[in-house]
Design a protein around this ligand. Structure first.
Ligand SMILES: [Zn+2]
Length: 186
């Protein structure tokens, strides 16, 4: 299943990686299904942030709780290789503690054109994951556009007629009472 990351989100990852260069950047990707809706940059808590990255346990727990509160789920983690490629290092493979998460890596070997790769890492086995940057495919409901089905059109007309009648009833009820015509006595 491909990872859905918009072009703007990829730029955001690259910008974060370049901003903290020569340190490694790191953070979390959250969203729904495989579509990323939030990129959460986190501080690199590693003792030597130029050579590795580590997310503080407490920060991670708080981040995961925030994701849950927003009814999103954890999609994966990202980090950068300040002088390397977008391919997982042996350390990345060894420390991939979340088998269901995806690992996105920004390689800054060439800082003019950072490379971005997504990977699934399960018990030492590394597999590339396709990154889908296009806009989301239209939902079936949205295909209808502005065309109304005959039933919908009838419902709209009925609603208009009913609201006009309601306005009339209210207007009539607000009219002053009819004047009393004095009876003529002969
Ligand atoms: Zn790495």
């Amino acid at each position: 299943m491909p990872l859905r990351l918009s072009t703007a989100q990829i730029l955001e990852l690259q910008r974060h990686a370049l901003k903290v260069w020569p340190d490694e950047a790191c953070g979390v990707l959250a969203g729904r299904g495989q579509a990323v809706t939030s990129i959460i940059p986190l501080p690199n808590a590693a003792a030597d942030p130029k050579r590795s990255y580590r997310i503080d346990d407490r920060v991670l727990v708080e981040t995961l709780r925030d994701i849950e509160l927003k009814s999103q789920s954890l999609i994966g983690f990202y980090h950068s290789h300040p002088n390397g490629s977008h391919i997982p290092s042996p350390t990345d493979v060894r420390q991939a503690y979340y088998p269901d998460a995806l690992y996105v890596i920004v390689g800054l070997r060439n800082r003019e054109s950072p490379e971005v790769g997504a990977w699934s890492i399960r018990s030492g086995e590394v597999k590339p994951v396709e990154i889908q940057t296009g806009s989301l495919p239209a939902q079936p409901d949205e295909d209808e556009g502005d065309d109304l089905t005959p039933a919908q059109a009838r419902a709209v007309i009925l609603a208009i007629v009913l609201s006009v009648m309601l306005v009339l009833v209210i207007a009539l009820s607000l009219l002053p009472p009819a004047p009393v015509i004095p009876s003529v006595t002969r």
